[in-house]
Design a protein around this ligand. Structure first.
Ligand code: NAI
Length: 392
């Protein structure tokens, strides 16, 4: 089969098996070049491990720290004659590389919000991996079926209180235009918190603790975002921001609970990056296109893997992990630098369809988006027939 990108709005419905493998290999190579984190974790569970920040966390733990890893994710497997999703191919490539390096790398494909998958993870740790010293929580999902009530909550990306008007880019067409989003109802806020807030993270820690699979000094980390004034109404002050506030509340509770057993719990506030999840948020892709231009010009640009290599260095480096006044790790420190934000804020009112390519890194945005699905990787022959069915 010849596999080409097929984009529909902000998703790409095809994925290239060899391209995804090449992408994962790039991250492994970058991690090896970055160097080993001494004293890093040795047995790691990553929830949301197949793409974006979770996959980068898994690569960094395995190839930067020599850790055995258990990955949990929700992906469509490939079948004979039928493509799987990018996360499926990423995981197949990751597992092969990890095993070749002598590391254990089992995975569980299923709904992480369910009790059943949590129990399967506990059993996999008990019977194969051994007690875990790090759990990364990196889920991004549009819906969650609550394991107790059976209700399916859907998350929304809306402002709260009043409508929000700004501009956004259609990354497919390369056009910039106004966007107006009406305020969320109370139910929509509650549903978004139910999906992307902290309850499920806490349920994971509860299940792992009850299952007796947490090692001495166990650490857990979940990912959040804050961002600048430009995206404030749609992100931090919006429905997703309420969910992140809830995640941060749970982090504070878990930090107290874990400290009692010599462990730690953190929020890491990460940089805005092109991922499958972030491309769905209105306004944010235009902000990212400008941010990439500014950060690349200033030599400050990082992708998921550079961020996660920096995170593990902070978590396991010498001395206490540096945190802000609210106890959060700030990997968005370079993004939020005053000079970076000033430069983005200056470009924001000027950018339109005509000057999009000149003022922003829309080319870089698009290229990185396609790379998420295995397209545009050097050394991959995209004219060659590939077998879509790839098993780990
Ligand atoms: P992503 O879309 O690349 O990854 C999401 C992961 O969650 C995938 O592995 C997917 O398989 C898994 N997943 C989704 N639903 C699932 C389910 N029901 N059961 C099991 N696995 C499921 O997303 P990304 O961007 O890496 O986001 C991860 C976290 O990082 C999120 O909490 C996000 O808010 C946060 N973050 C993202 C930033 C960005 O700019 N992309 C910035 C700062 C934080």
């Amino acid at each position: 089969m010849i596999v080409r990108p097929k984009t529909r709005g902000f998703i790409c419905v095809t994925a290239h098996p060899e391209g995804c493998a090449a992408h994962v290999q790039e991250w492994i190579d970058k991690t090896r070049t970055h160097g080993v984190v001494r004293g890093g974790p040795k047995r790691v569970l990553v929830v949301g491990a197949s793409t974006g920040y979770g996959l980068a966390s898994r690569v960094s733990a395995a190839f930067g720290c020599g850790a055995d890893t258990l990955g949990v994710f929700f992906e469509k497997p490939s079948e004979p004659g039928t493509l799987g999703t990018a996360g499926w191919y990423n995981t197949a490539a990751f597992e092969k590389a990890a095993r070749a390096a002598g590391l254990k790398a089992p995975s569980i494909n299923g709904d992480a919000f369910s009790d059943g998958i949590k129990q399967r993870a506990v059993e996999a740790i008990r019977s194969g991996l051994g007690e875990i010293d790090l759990m990364v929580y990196s889920l991004a999902s549009p819906r969650r079926t609550h394991p107790r009530t059976g209700v399916t909550h859907k998350s929304t990306l809306k402002p709260i209180g009043e409508a929000y008007t700004s501009k956004t880019v259609d990354t497919d067409k390369g056009t910039v235009g106004p966007v107006s989003i009406g305020p969320a109802s109370e139910q929509e806020v509650a549903d978004t918190v139910a999906v992307m807030g902290g309850e499920d993270w806490q349920m994971w820690v509860d299940a792992l603790e009850a299952g007796g699979v947490l090692a001495e000094g166990f650490t857990t980390v979940a990912y959040s975002y804050i961002g600048p004034d430009l995206t404030w109404p749609i992100y931090r002050a919006g429905t997703i921001g309420k969910a992140k506030e809830d995640l941060e509340r749970v982090a504070r509770e878990l930090a107290v609970r874990m400290a009692a057993r010599g462990g730690r719990a953190f929020i890491s506030v990460n940089k805005a990056l092109v991922t499958q999840a972030s491309s769905a948020i209105p306004v944010v892709p235009l902000y990212i296109s400008l941010l990439y231009r500014v950060m690349k010009e200033q030599g400050l640009h990082e992708g998921c893997i550079e961020q996660m290599n920096r995170l593990l260095g902070r978590l396991y480096g010498e001395g206490p992990t540096p945190v802000d006044e609210f106890g959060r790790i700030r990997l968005d420190d370079w993004e939020m630098r005053a000079d970076v934000q000033r430069a983005v804020a200056e470009l924001w009112p000027q950018v339109g369809t005509d000057n999009l390519a000149a003022l922003s890194d829309i080319g870089g945005y698009r290229a990185e988006f396609l790379r998420l699905f295995g397209f545009g990787l050097p050394g991959v022959d995209y004219e060659k027939d590939v077998d879509p069915h790839v098993m780990p």
